[in-house]
Design a protein around this ligand. Structure first.
Ligand code: AMP
Length: 417
């Protein structure tokens, strides 16, 4: 540890395989997720074909409180200096082969992951009005990595790009057209890396070609979104211009009547910033029940806490409505897929949602619903009109593999000495 960072414990490296030898015939890919004041990273080991090696997570960590006075970490470049030390301590002489970065907003410019150039970094910065906290941080992270590892090819993977396939009737709001043409106000959608990965895994698990897959993917974590998939591509999604829209989330309201906002401002003296905090940080499960964490909401409901029971009813009802709508949007879903923290782990919440899908002929098998595991699995009853799956997501894995794909396609591997 250097003196500069002795004031507060800002980094948490969790080496997972420091004791084992890293074979030369694999590739080490750095995955970076730069938040507004944090930087999460993983070093992952891939085969030369871009598949996960056994035990692929070589090391991972988190730098927090970036830019917070007194933290000793002035910016993302300083954070990367810590990360470099932590990585070197684990990988020794081995060199990184590529870096993959999660970037929240790719606007309409990015329909797919891209190899990073100066022009790409500038484009990400130009999109900052759409993601004011996240895109500038991501651009800083990209520049910092380029400075630390000048020969390292970098790939950006966008939360929005998977949803660029949506048709205009799905992404355009019923607002005057200038709001779109002049200010870029439209539905973009988020969690795209996860929806994309899970679509492919679900199709494979059902023995279908991806392009034959029509279904509804439910990414239910702290943030939550549903996506309508037709022919393996996103045709609609519940998040919108920002990740606030759609489902009931941990602390976010999801859909509300927009007039509530003007009413709070004009009649109840809220500032715009207070409304923003209310909707993003104080609503959802937290606002309804006092707990943002689904596990705690379920426990409290079980113990008879009325507000928690009501929160579960509202969240499951809203989700079931989206599933019904997207069943229509995709022309008849052939699968309903749960993923992310709640979707993968919470059998009681899944049951509450699935109980509402009887009109679609969906029935689930209680024993299958209770099973746990890291692999995709079917939880519906054999007689269910639509199969229901649980498919674990892994955004870091997806980012590392996409980085491999793009670097391979662009023939941008670093020269070995
Ligand atoms: P994520 O953002 O994907 O990490 O998901 C976080 C959410 O998953 C939180 O609401 C957690 O309460 C929820 N979660 C994680 N594990 C469980 C579990 N075993 N049962 C219920 N909810 C869970």
């Amino acid at each position: 540890m250097t003196d500069a960072m002795s004031s507060a414990p800002v980094t948490t490296a969790i080496p997972t395989v420091s004791a084992r030898e890293l074979p030369e015939e694999t590739l080490l890919v750095l995955v970076v997720n730069s938040g507004s004041s944090s930087l999460k990273y993983q070093v992952r080991e891939l085969t030369l074909d871009g598949e996960d090696a056994p035990d692929p997570v070589v090391t991972k960590g988190l730098v927090e409180r970036i830019g917070v006075p007194g933290s000793g970490v002035a910016d993302h470049a300083a954070a990367l200096a810590h990360v470099e030390e932590e990585i070197a301590a684990v990988i020794g002489d081995r060199r990184l082969a590529a870096a993959g970065h999660r970037v929240v907003h790719g606007g309409e410019r990015f329909h797919a992951p891209a190899l990073v150039t100066n022009e790409v970094i500038r484009a990400i910065e130009r999109l900052a009005p759409l993601a004011p906290l996240h895109n500038p941080a991501a651009a800083q992270g990209l520049r910092a990595v380029a400075q630390r590892w000048p020969d390292l090819p970098q790939v950006v993977v966008f939360d929005t790009s998977f949803h660029q396939s949506m048709p205009r009737e799905a992404w355009q709001y019923a607002l005057p057209d200038e709001l779109y043409t002049e200010h870029g106000i439209r539905r973009y959608g988020f969690h795209g890396t996860s929806h994309d990965l899970v679509t492919g895994l679900a199709a494979r698990h059902l023995g279908m070609e991806r392009r034959a897959f029509d279904g509804v993917i439910l990414h239910l974590g702290n943030g939550a979104s549903a996506t309508a998939i037709r022919h393996g591509r996103s045709i609609d999604t519940s998040m919108g211009y920002t990740p606030l829209a759609g489902l009931v989330m941990g602390t976010r309201s999801g859909d509300v009547d927009p007039s509530i906002i003007t009413h709070l401002i004009t009649t109840h003296g809220y500032t715009a910033e207070q409304v923003d905090t209310l909707l993003n940080k104080e609503s959802g499960l937290l606002g309804l029940s006092g707990n943002a964490d689904m596990r705690q909401v379920l426990e409290a409901a079980e113990a008879g806490h009325r507000a928690s029971r009501q929160a579960l009813k509202i969240a499951s009802y809203r989700l079931a409505k989206y599933i019904g709508a997207y069943h229509v949007a995709v022309g008849g879903a052939k699968a309903i897929v749960f993923t992310a923290g709640i979707g993968e782990n919470s059998a009681p919440f899944r049951a509450r949602v699935l109980d509402r899908l009887e009109p679609l002929g969906v029935t689930y098998d209680p024993a299958r619903n209770m099973e746990r595991g890291d692999d995709p699995r079917v939880i519906s009853a054999d007689a269910s009109a639509i199969p229901v799956l649980v498919v674990p997501t892994d955004e870091e894995m997806a980012i590392s593999q996409l980085a491999h794909t793009v670097v391979e396609r662009e023939q941008a591997w670093p020269l070995q000495d």
